[in-house]
Design a protein around this ligand. Structure first.
Ligand code: FAD
Ligand code: DLZ
Ligand code: SF4
Length: 516
């Protein structure tokens, strides 16, 4: 009896649970390029090209391994446009006795799959996605035993569980769990920034790029110079290249920003990881091995591994625990529409213009650009968190709701009232000036506090603290900020607030239709 195994676009892993115990002779793998997925938001062109190319390569590799793959292309005239519609057609074609699928990454798709058993009248076996190190239920059990979620404690559990950077007697390597105090150095002159490994598009990728250029011409972003890894083999080479060339300095300069330098020492592995071309254990394991071989310092290996087995797993657990309500969360009552310049990049604020240029050109911006520039500005300006979330889901090649939404709603907009992060990630111009070389080249003056040439982040920062004083004044991590506010003369406070208000009045709201 045939089993139908649908594999979704972000499940491109040869060791996927659904493929593991099924003999290829008894199964048909179904892969579907569908309009619903390519347009539920108007994804960056590069993101669509990446996913479709990686899906096509994966299907070819599966065939090479003896699997029967029923592959539905986007331009197939009979394509129904949805996962459910395509599974329905496949059930007609193959008459399977059962469907086997790995749990999807997104709530929306989980709801869809939940209706399949009744609709098709056959069992639907939904398997745990064990590519993640922490299961959804395991996370919930961990979280329920605590009043507050603290990533650091979760991360230590993951270190113990994986044994990564642990000594034989169960202690953290180097005696400390977290070496962040050695990280976060500002950029300095004379640093050499390695380029991520580039992969020239083959015929499959070129076909997909042509399809995307034609069919999604109105979507945000550029397709030129597409160079992302689209197979597991390429992704492994990109990982090895990163470990060799960039990881040694990853920790130290993790929070730096430099004009015209799009990756610095970051890995740009998130698109491959989130598609399944790499697994988290494989990536974190490579960093740990480099440390043990003496090739990278502990602060770099630890800082990098923490992002993968700590933050990445943590936000996924949070997503499944907090959905669906968290998608609508708006604890700070923000109502402003997203400014148009998030789409056009047309702003005199150089830090924002740079982050948006990087985003448009590559479907990429590194973490501090996302958090302390793009996210920070939106939060300070009081932009509606759902507008911000839509933007982030569209514009990044690594964006899937399970990872994007917690980062936006929880980490960057504080819209969940501090469930994910106890303090809002708010910063004024001084932070950006310390961590980047942008301010010296900007039309605004970061040192000026108010006036037409003053850096807008300065007034917006104090205005934000003033607007939300009742909520944040008693936050232990914000005492210092409010004591600075208290020390200001009333006329200085008033000038900040008036300046913020005048600046906010100049923001043009985004035209409808960019995101959805
Ligand atoms: P590196 O700096 O090299 O880090 C290594 C890896 O750690 C990343 O590839 C990623 O897999 C993981 N990682 C690091 N930080 C996080 C985090 N906060 N959450 C989850 N994983 C993390 N990441 C996504 O994969 N998809 C998203 O849609 C996404 N949206 C974000 C939105 C906002 C507002 C913020 C603040 C962060 C977001 N992140 C997202 C997290 C992080 O910014 C990206 O994972 C990272 O910038 C990807 O680039 P990199 O591979 O060079 O990362
Ligand atoms: C994001 C995306 C896009 C753009 N296109 C497809 C597609 O055509 N077929 C597919 O299987 N998956 C696609 N994806 C990824 C899915 O949206 C993702 O697998 C689900 O949301 C589950 O996380
Ligand atoms: Fe950004 Fe202000 Fe610096 Fe300009 S001066 S780059 S707006 S922080």
């Amino acid at each position: 009896m045939t089993i139908l195994i649908p594999i979704l676009g972000d499940q491109l892993t040869h060791d996927l649970a659904a493929l593991r115990d099924a003999p290829p002779s008894d199964a048909v793998v179904l892969m579907m390029e569908v309009a619903d997925e390519t347009t539920y938001v108007r994804h960056h062109k590069r993101k669509i090209a990446l996913i479709l190319s990686a899906m096509r390569h994966f299907a070819d590799e599966l065939r090479g391994r003896g699997w029967t793959v029923d592959y539905i292309r986007l331009d197939d005239p009979d394509n129904s446009g949805s996962f459910t519609g395509e599974v329905a057609r496949a059930v007609e074609r193959h008459r399977p006795s059962a469907i086997r699928i790995v749990e999807p990454g997104e709530w929306r798709v989980k709801m869809m799959i939940g209706g399949w058993a009744k609709r098709f009248g056959i069992p639907v076996d939904i398997l745990v996605d064990d590519r993640f190190l922490c299961g959804i239920l395991e996370f919930q059990t961990w979280a329920q035993a605590r009043n507050d979620l603290v990533m650091e404690y979760f991360y230590r559990e993951m270190r113990r569980k994986t044994g990564l950077l642990m000594t034989a007697d169960g202690q953290p390597e180097g005696g400390q769990w977290n070496l962040d105090k050695d990280n976060r150095a500002p950029p300095k002159h004379g640093l050499n920034y390695p380029e991520p490994m580039h992969f020239a598009p083959d015929e499959t990728t070129r076909d997909v790029i042509a399809l995307v250029a034609e069919r999604f011409a109105g979507h945000f972003g550029r397709l030129e110079k597409f160079a992302l890894p689209v197979t597991a083999g390429q992704a492994r080479r990109a990982l090895a290249h990163f470990v060799r060339t960039a990881l040694p300095d990853f920790g130290t300069y993790q929070d730096a920003m430099v004009t015209g330098q799009d990756w610095l020492y970051h890995s740009w592995l998130s698109p491959a990881l989130n598609l399944g071309l790499l697994t988290p254990l494989e990536v974190a394991g490579a960093a740990a091995r480099a440390y043990h071989a003496g090739d990278v310092p502990l602060n770099a290996a630890e800082g990098f591994i923490r992002q993968i087995i700590g933050w990445r797993e943590y936000v996924r657990g949070y997503y499944w625990m907090e959905m669906p309500d968290v998608a609508a969360a708006n604890a700070l009552g923000a109502t402003r529409p997203l400014p148009e310049f998030y789409w056009t990049g047309e702003t005199d604020m150089l830090c924002l213009a740079e982050a948006i240029r990087n985003t448009r050109d590559h479907g990429y911006a590194h973490h501090i650009q996302r958090l302390m520039v793009l996210g920070n500005f939106a939060m300070l300006a009081g932009v509606r968190p759902q507008d911000v979330a839509d933007w982030f889901l569209v514009v990044y090649a690594d964006a899937y709701e399970w990872v994007e939404l917690p980062n936006v709603i929880g980490m960057s907009q504080h819209a969940d009232a501090g469930r994910l992060a106890t303090k809002p990630y708010a910063g004024g111009g001084a932070y950006i000036d310390r961590m980047s070389d942008h301010c010296g080249r900007c039309r605004y003056d970061v040192k000026q506090k108010v006036g037409p040439d003053a850096c807008p982040f300065n007034a917006l920062y104090w205005d934000f603290l003033a607007r939300h004083e009742r909520r944040f004044r008693r936050n232990r991590r914000m005492v210092h900020m409010y004591s600075n506010w208290d020390r200001m003369k009333p006329e200085v406070r008033d000038a900040y607030r008036a300046n913020a208000s005048a600046f906010l009045d100049t923001l043009e709201p985004a035209a409808v239709g960019w995101a959805k």
